[in-house]
Ligand binder design. Structure first.
Ligand SMILES: NC(=O)c1ccc[n+]([C@@H]2O[C@H](COP(=O)([O-])OP(=O)(O)OC[C@H]3O[C@@H](n4cnc5c(N)ncnc54)[C@H](O)[C@@H]3O)[C@@H](O)[C@H]2O)c1
Ligand SMILES: O=C(O)C(=O)C[C@@H](O)[C@H](O)[C@H](O)COP(=O)(O)O
Ligand SMILES: [Zn+2]
Length: 366
């Protein structure tokens, strides 16, 4: 087993990564149960694909669970679902000292973490991520949120999990399109500050998608190590370091909004198109060699991901997309800091981007 620590001074926690971990999860979770019982939040697909094995593992350790099952997909991250979820937790007489279990993808993890943050003014939670995206990104770092009418993740809180348990074997039931969406956030770590990891992703793409346990484990561990390092350096995105994890997201969240936060464009797919756009915009600004932007687009395309507005199914005008960006949480005193790149592995935050120019760039892309 690989254990990665998130070294936060006042609330450090561990991430366990091991193929086959699910079978032993009962004994790992036993210390987090009250009266041998756990409160588990999941979604309808995970309830089919993973929950039976999860419950069997709990039973073998003498534990039982009560479950709240969200609808699958981004609609699960809504005010309506948050209300139902918090009502259910109260019906279950959740206590502040309880650890709520998030068993699922980023949607389950984000809303469970937010519910845990607000219920009885805060209780603990454990992340058991079941998608690639959640294993490499959303389960680590404590960003929790729901979406609102104005945009993505606009209502939320920083609330760190107590423990993250990653079993790469859970990806065996994940549809290929979801695997590719998660792969975009894996590639992101290479693009931020780890060019050799970008090369690893390119060199091992076929093995990764073919299901090589070794390559998948390496990709997950390296991603989680990057995320843990960045989060520990800037837990609440105050210094600019954590903002690096937002590469591709200012464009991506606008694309998700334009496609209605729906299965027309998954989050990871929007991030892929957003990263390709961020690299091309960096070329336009004179920061990045065109060749690097082309390599980024090529790798994402090979993974089956969208790399342009049209491939993302977006036909909106640049000005309309920029209007979504005005809700970006990085916006400060009328300026939107933008993640740009000087090349692969050389992402930086720029305060010199004019939104009118971004709109013109987007119009030139169509
Ligand atoms: N908090 C963060 O730091 C952070 C980071 C990245 C993304 N996010 C958020 O995460 C969300 C996207 O997460 P996601 O891509 O995991 O989407 P998701 O949670 O919607 O899961 C994708 C799909 O896979 C299904 N699924 C999950 N596990 C499965 C399994 N093992 N086998 C079969 N099907 C399975 C789900 O039911 C769903 O239909 C977005 O809302 C995004 O904003 C948050
Ligand atoms: O953990 C972070 O910080 C990230 O930015 C990770 C992103 O992949 C993730 O999608 C995050 O939810 C986006 O953050 P937001 O603050 O733009 O909502
Ligand atoms: Zn993301």
């Amino acid at each position: 087993m690989t254990v990665i620590s998130v070294d936060l001074s006042n609330r450090p926690y561990d991430i366990h990564v091991r193929a086959g971990l699910l079978a032993d999860i009962g004994s790992v979770l036993a210390p987090y149960a009250r009266d041998s019982r756990l409160l588990v939040i999941t979604d309808e697909n995970v309830a089919q694909a993973v929950l039976p094995k999860f419950e069997a593992a709990l039973r073998s350790a003498g534990l039982s669970s009560a479950q709240f099952i969200l609808p699958a997909g981004e609609t699960g991250k809504s005010w309506a679902q948050l209300e139902q979820l918090t009502d259910w937790l109260l019906e279950q007489h959740v206590e502040r000292s309880d650890h709520i279990i998030a068993l699922g993808g980023g949607v389950v993890g984000d809303i469970t973490g937010f519910a845990a943050h607000i219920i009885k003014r805060g209780c603990a939670f454990v992340q058991i991520p079941t998608t690639l995206l959640a294993q490499v990104d959303s389960s680590v770092g404590g960003k929790t949120a729901i979406n609102s009418a104005a945009g993505k993740n606009l209502v939320g809180a920083f609330h760190q999990p107590s423990l993250v348990l990653i079993d790469p074997e859970l990806l065996s039931t994940l549809p290929t399109r979801q695997l590719a969406a998660g792969f975009a956030e894996v590639v992101k770590y290479g693009l931020i500050d780890d060019a050799p990891f970008f090369d690893f992703c390119a060199d091992n793409l076929d093995s990764f998608f073919a299901g090589s346990p070794d390559i998948r484990a390496q990709a997950i561990i390296r991603s989680v190590q990057s995320k843990a390092r960045i989060v520990a350096a800037d837990e609440t995105e105050r210094t600019g370091t954590r903002a690096l994890l937002n590469l591709g997201h200012t464009f991506g969240h606008a694309l998700e909004a334009d496609t209605g936060f729906s299965d027309r464009l998954f989050h990871g797919e929007a991030v892929a198109a957003g990263m390709a756009l961020a690299f091309r915009y960096s070329v336009r600004m004179g920061f990045c060699p065109a060749e690097d932007a082309e390599r980024v687009t090529e790798l994402l395309k090979q993974a089956g991901l969208p790399t342009s507005l049209s491939e993302a199914g977006v036909s909106a005008e640049g000005a309309a997309l920029v209007d979504y960006m005005r809700h970006d949480k990085k916006m400060s005193a009328g300026t939107l800091p933008f993640l740009l790149a000087r090349g692969i592995g050389q992402t930086f935050l720029s305060n010199d981007v004019a939104l009118d120019d971004v709109a013109a760039f987007l119009d030139s892309e169509v």
